[in-house]
Design a protein around this ligand. Structure first.
Ligand SMILES: [Zn+2]
Length: 225
């Protein structure tokens, strides 16, 4: 949802895009097909970077280890830590930055957003500020970027997933052609952290949710305490 909305948002701002996805052995690798469909709809080039070899070394997460179940519930719960893939965004963004420098692209965009993601430290603004400093130091003189410009841009970092849905609805994003569920089965499970968040975002945004869930009614209440 976030990445597809970002792609539509950038399209509306006339950015010419090259979309990359990562196959890191995630059990919901079907999200890659939806990414390809999005790129096709927008007339953008799309490639999948194959990091499956790496997943065996990152096997403490339920997203990459078939022996660990994906928990049901809300992201904000302690149990969700098992879905964290260690340093995932840093790994992917390092690669994306290398590709961007090599191809003389002007920016790397990533669809991270604000919310209850304190279990995912690499979704926070402070991380991106530090990352950009490192990128600037590591690519100085090699990139097509202006010195005063953030190479890795996070236009959604200050807004919530519900805000993203509102923005996407206004842009006409086909949310039925997006994938969230970490379990990666035939249809969205409706119970895992990302399904719960997806439902919540549509509800808060007051936008009709076109997603078909295995468990439509599952909701997690009162987690904020
Ligand atoms: Zn799910």
């Amino acid at each position: 949802m976030d990445s597809v909305t970002l792609a539509w948002h950038l399209q509306s701002l006339d950015w010419e895009q090259y979309i990359i996805s990562f196959d890191y052995g995630q059990r919901h690798a079907k999200e890659l097909e939806f990414a390809a469909e999005c790129a096709y709809d927008l007339g953008a080039d799309h490639d999948v970077i194959d990091l499956r070899e790496l997943s065996q070394f990152l096997n403490s997460s339920s997203l990459t280890d078939p022996n660990i179940d994906v928990p049901d519930g809300h992201y904000a719960e302690e149990t969700m830590k098992i879905t964290v893939v260690p340093n995932r965004n840093m790994i992917m963004l390092s690669i994306a930055v290398g590709i961007a420098v090599a191809g003389q692209y002007q920016r790397v965009f990533v669809g991270v957003h604000a919310g209850d993601h304190f279990i995912y430290p690499d979704c926070r603004e402070a991380f991106y500020n530090a990352l950009n400093e490192a990128v600037q130091l590591g690519t100085d003189g090699f990139s097509a970027w202006d010195d005063d410009v953030f190479a890795v841009a996070t236009p959604f970092v200050g807004i919530t997933k519900a805000d993203i849905v509102m923005k996407g609805a206004a842009l006409g994003v086909p949310y039925e052609a997006t994938w969230s569920c970490y379990k990666g089965k035939e249809i969205h499970c409706g119970r895992c952290g990302t399904c719960v968040e997806r439902k919540e975002a549509f509800r808060l945004a007051e936008v009709a949710d076109p997603t078909v869930y295995e468990d439509e009614d599952f909701e997690v209440a009162a987690y904020r305490g």
